[in-house]
Every structure is written in structure tokens, then in C-alpha cells.
Design a protein around this ligand. Structure first.
Ligand SMILES: [Zn+2]
Length: 403
């Protein structure tokens, strides 16, 4: 029997489970536990072999295409509504034991018929996990860029017609260089104005030109929301804005929250044309906008000490964390927090600040935001008084952490 790394997570985490955490970027369909994953392999539901769990080199990807190919080979391991409900509940309960008080989970829109049944399942998973652990969660519906802008508009229109209790955000995923981010302005506007959703699209994980278009494709109102408006604007990844001090300054000035996904950045290499960028180069968007780059590319693939997280924080950009693809990168939001500390990108106070940013930029109603923020405030007070608790905010304790 393979001893999976998740089952054997017997290390005391660098960020204690008592520190409240928020999972702000996770594709839920493949957030399976290793035990369930092995059962799916046994049933022939994926050509991926169990080695995947123990050979860490198999979880590094030379480019995003290779990552997506692995993703596609695995996609059908979560196929039915009950499987999706199970993975949602399991993952939320797992991260609640790591100290997570909130999660905003992504689910892709492929077609309307399938979408409604699958979203019912995710919502049921959220309800059950909340009842069992106290964790709050919401859903970001993501349009797949490979399916084009009209498909994203259809997704946003569907959400406008069929509002749902837990769907509070809209985003976009997948290939960043097949078309222009600007092509999605209409979809983003429908999502914001007609569906009443917050926005959290993937931006400039692989190609920096997406960040240039992002600033104009997003409805202007999203940059200046009232505090009692439940909607927020965040950018998924946005790591490549580190190439331009102008982009960094603009993101800081507009207080755009960035979802940093360290394991994804560590394990998925950048495309060759992005790796070739140098200070002095000018990047042009498909629509003709330009941005001169003035900062060197950081090589954080396999070396997170180079990651720009600290530079973003120092510039005043609100940063939160996400684990992106837990199974593909063998992670969860507890591990992402510890990884940030291990890579010397933050300390405990910084980790707590990232949770605070997450709650401030969560797509939730005001009462939920206040209740979540109270948990952060309480922990900060306890930390200052050197009386950090040994249990999570919801009272879960783990024997080996304290011995
Ligand atoms: Zn993602």
C-alpha cells in the first residue's frame, strides 16, 4: 500500500494550525485526497499512475501546456455530482483542520445543463463542511479561455439569470496567449453589472500582457467598491507584473488584491517567450497597448526564494494565498502558508496579514466578513500577548503539534 504524503503529513507546520488561514484560489474538482485519488486510479478512471504521489519530479511541469495535459488526464476522476460534493466537503474539512476559516473555490463553467447540477453538489459540500467544522466558503465560477470570449459571456449571462447562494465571484482560467484578456471585457461587465458578482480572473501567470489589458477590461466600478458591497476585485496569480515597476505601482495604487499561488509558481515553468523578456523590452498586447519592462525576470521555478511576493507586499499590494491545484502540486492552504515561511517570503505576522487581506477581499456579505475578521483580530491579540492558542479558530486540536 502506498503511504501517501497527505496521509503522512507528520511534520509540525511552520505556520501553526491555530493561525487563521484563507484559501483564495483552488480548483476544486481536482482537490481530491490521495486516498480517493488512489481508488480512482484503481478503477481505471485516469491513466496517471500511483507514482505520481511519491515521485515529486512528476509534479513539476516544464510549461503550462504540460500541466494542462496532466490536468486533462485527471479531469474525469471527478465526474458525477456526488463525487464533486465529496471532494468539496473533504477538501474544506481538510483545510479547516489546517486552520482555514474561509475558502473561495473555483469551478469551471462548461455548459449550462451540467453546470447547475455540479454547482448544487458544490453547494451541498460547502453546507456540510460548514456544519462540521465552521469553515465558510463561496464559489468563483470560471470561464475557460480556450473556449473563447462568447462562451465566457454565455457563462456570465447564465449566472445573471440563475443567481445562487454560494456563487459570489466570476473569473477566467486556462490559456493566456490564445486571445487577448481584453476580449473578455464584455463577459466581466455582464458578471459585475448583471450577475452582481465579484471578479477574480487569472491574470499574467504566464504572459504579462494580460495584466496590461486587465486594467481596462475590468469594469471601472470594480476598482472602487463601497465597504458594504459584498463584491471584490482580485487578480489570480498576476506574478508577472513584477517585470514592471509601473504595473506594480498601478496594482498598489488601485489596491488590487493578488492571489499568490506559491506551489503553482514553483512547479510550473514559464513559457520560453516570457523567459526571454529582459528589462528594456516592450510588451505589446494583442489590442496594441504597450508596456516597457524595467525589472529583471525572477526565476522562481524550482526556487521560491526568488518569488516576488515580498516585493509586492513592500509596494503596498494586498496579497493573499491560494493553493491552485492541490492534487497536482501536492499542497493545501496550510502547506502554502508554511511554504511562504520556509521560502523566507513571510513570517507569522505576514501570514496573518495575508489572511486579513483575503477576508477584506473575499466575496462575502458584510456580516460574514465581520465574523471572519473577528477571528483574525482575536488571533493577532493573542499573538501579541504571547498567548497563541493551540487549537484552530474552530477548536480543532492536533496532538503532535504540541508535544
Ligand atoms: Zn488557478
Amino acid at each position: 500500500m502506498i503511504q501517501s504524503p497527505a496521509a503522512a503529513s507528520d511534520k509540525v507546520p511552520l505556520v501553526p494550525i491555530s493561525l487563521p488561514k484563507a484559501e483564495m484560489h483552488v480548483h476544486i474538482g481536482l482537490a481530491l485526497s490521495h486516498e480517493v485519488f488512489l481508488r480512482r486510479i484503481q478503477k481505471g478512471r485516469t491513466p496517471i499512475k500511483p507514482d505520481f504521489l511519491i515521485d515529486r519530479s512528476l509534479r513539476y511541469y516544464d510549461d503550462l501546456a504540460q500541466h494542462h495535459a496532466t490536468y486533462e488526464q485527471m479531469r474525469h476522476i471527478t465526474r458525477t455530482p456526488s463525487e464533486l460534493a465529496q471532494v468539496t466537503q473533504d477538501y474544506l474539512e481538510r483545510i479547516a483542520r489546517e486552520g482555514a476559516i474561509y475558502a473561495e473555490i473555483s469551478s469551471s463553467f462548461r455548459d449550462a445543463k451540467n453546470f447547475d447540477a455540479m454547482t448544487d453538489a458544490i453547494e451541498e459540500g460547502i453546507r456540510c463542511a460548514r456544519a462540521n467544522t465552521g469553515i465558510e466558503a463561496r464559489i468563483v465560477v470560471t470561464a475557460i479561455r480556450n473556449m473563447g470570449a462568447p462562451h465566457a459571456e454565455a457563462a456570465a449571462r447564465h449566472l445573471a439569470k440563475r443567481p445562487r447562494a454560494f456563487v459570489t465571484g466570476f473569473g477566467m482560467v486556462a490559456e493566456e496567449n490564445l486571445d487577448a484578456f481584453g476580449d473578455y471585457a464584455r463577459a466581466l461587465n455582464i458578471a459585475w453589472h448583471e450577475a452582481g458578482l465579484g471578479l477574480a480572473p487569472h491574470v499574467a501567470e504566464q504572459y504579462v500582457h494580460n495584466a496590461i489589458d486587465f486594467l481596462t477590461a475590468v469594469p471601472a466600478e470594480a476598482f472602487r467598491v463601497d465597504q458594504d458591497d459584498p463584491r471584490r476585485l482580485r487578480a489570480g496569480h498576476a506574478t508577472l507584473i513584477h517585470l514592471s515597476s509601473d504595473l506594480i505601482a498601478t496594482f498598489a495604487e488601485r489596491r488590487i488584491c493578488i492571489e499568490v499561488c506559491l506551489s503553482a509558481n514553483k512547479r510550473i515553468n514559464l513559457p520560453a517567450d516570457t523567459r526571454a523578456l529582459r528589462p528594456g523590452d516592450t510588451v505589446t498586447t494583442p489590442g496594441g497597448r504597450t508596456q516597457r519592462l524595467d525589472l529583471p525576470l525572477r526565476t522562481y521555478f524550482k526556487n521560491l526564494h526568488q518569488h516576488p511576493l515580498q516585493a509586492f507586499v513592500a509596494a503596498g499590494i494586498p496579497v493573499c494565498l491560494g493553493s491552485d491545484n492541490p492534487l497536482l502540486q501536492n499542497t493545501n492552504i496550510g502547506k502554502e502558508n508554511s511554504l511562504a515561511v520556509k521560502s523566507e517570503l513571510t513570517d507569522l505576522a505576514g501570514a496573518l496579514m495575508m489572511t486579513e487581506n483575503a477576508i477584506r477581499y473575499a466575496n462575502v456579505d458584510m456580516m460574514t466578513r465581520l465574523a471572519l475578521m473577528q477571528k483574525v483580530d482575536l488571533y493577532r491579540t493573542a499573538l501579541r500577548a504571547k498567548q497563541a492558542p493551540s487549537a484552530t479558530a474552530h477548536g480543532y486540536q492536533r496532538a503532535f503539534d504540541t508535544i
